[in-house]
Design a protein around this ligand. Structure first.
Ligand SMILES: Nc1ncnc2c1ncn2[C@@H]1O[C@H](COP(=O)(O)OP(=O)(O)OP(=O)(O)O)[C@@H](O)[C@H]1O
Length: 288
């Protein structure tokens, strides 16, 4: 049986800022309906990678092809950021929370759908006159927002200003807002940052639900290993802009290049020596 075509194919992606090579010849496939984690030490190029995928940066070299089920192959590197979200249905969240804090949770989710509403209003006239097409689009936007708030267990907070809610809940609202754009691929930049262990565990469940039950592919940048190792189907490790390893979480955890990148050469040697000593101790114990 042949493997299904990847949802996203990144080929030879390179991003240069003057003399700095932030992404260095990166190639990576992202599977549909799966969670792909992108990890690496600070400054490895993870956010730059997201910026190249989502139209915020034009890569210096390389291509990013999305296999859209209805629209065929789309070249993301040639699209502006609003087209990446609207036409390619590749949606992202940011490291820092970007909700409208004075608006209610529900309003934040409605605003995310302004493109659909703008179209239905034919850029204001139909909206001003309250024509049926606009009213239908408004009702659909409301139903979608309420649906996601229910599924993400946020419905009780629908009328609360987003800025008044705890940090972990605001992170969840950001994900709910991104879901209102019907993503095929959801790119999450450190969604566990600032969460306590209980909130991180809830995030794990949510991400698994979105990929397994809702069929949404997720690209996940995350430093919190309790999240990324738990939920990822596949991992890509970057260091100084280069891919240094790729595989399942179990493979990545024992990859010597990854251990070296995170711990440094000396600490990695020390860790290997500790492991050898522990193995020897077990062998001696077995002989006795
Ligand atoms: N707009 C920019 N102009 C110049 N250099 C940049 C720009 N954006 C990122 N960089 C540099 O590119 C490199 C990669 O940065 P990036 O933010 O992608 O790393 P990261 O892996 O996301 O790091 P962190 O985990 O700390 O968020 C860094 O050296 C950073 O200083």
């Amino acid at each position: 049986m042949t493997a299904p075509a990847p949802l996203l194919s990144v080929e030879h992606l390179t991003m240069r800022f003057g003399g700095l090579l932030a992404i260095d010849d990166l190639s990576l496939d992202v599977a549909a309906r799966k969670i792909t984690g992108v990890i690496g030490p600070n400054g490895a190029g993870k956010t730059t990678f997201f910026n190249c995928l989502t139209g915020f940066y034009k890569p210096t070299i390389g291509s990013v092809r999305l296999n859209h089920p209805q629209r065929g192959v789309l070249r993301l590197e040639a699209l502006a950021s609003h087209q990446v979200a609207r036409s390619a249905q590749v949606v992202r969240t940011f490291q820092n929370i970007r909700l409208f804090p004075q608006m209610t949770v529900l309003e934040n989710l409605i605003v995310a759908q302004h493109n659909a509403l703008q179209h239905a209003s034919r850029f204001s006239l139909a909206g001003l006159l309250g024509l049926p097409a606009y009213r239908r689009a408004e009702a659909a936007a409301m139903a979608k927002a309420v649906g996601w708030l229910e599924r993400l267990k946020l419905i009780e907070k629908a009328d609360t200003p987003a800025g008044a809610l705890p940090y972990g809940m605001q992170r969840r609202i950001e994900i709910a807002r991104a879901l209102c754009v019907d993503p095929l691929l959801l790119c999450l930049d450190e969604p566990a940052a600032g969460l306590n262990p209980r909130e991180s565990a809830e995030l794990n469940e949510l991400l698994k639900h979105l990929s397994r039950d809702e069929g949404i592919a997720i690209l996940l940048i995350e430093h919190d290993m309790s999240v990324v190792m738990n939920v990822s189907d596949h991992l890509c490790v970057l260091n100084y802009g280069r891919k240094i390893a790729e595989g399942t979480p179990a493979q990545i955890q024992k990859d010597p290049n990854v251990i070296k990148a995170y711990l440094g050469e000396e600490d990695a040697d020390e860790m290997r020596a500790d492991e050898l000593r522990a193995d020897e101790a077990i062998d001696q114990e077995a002989v006795r």
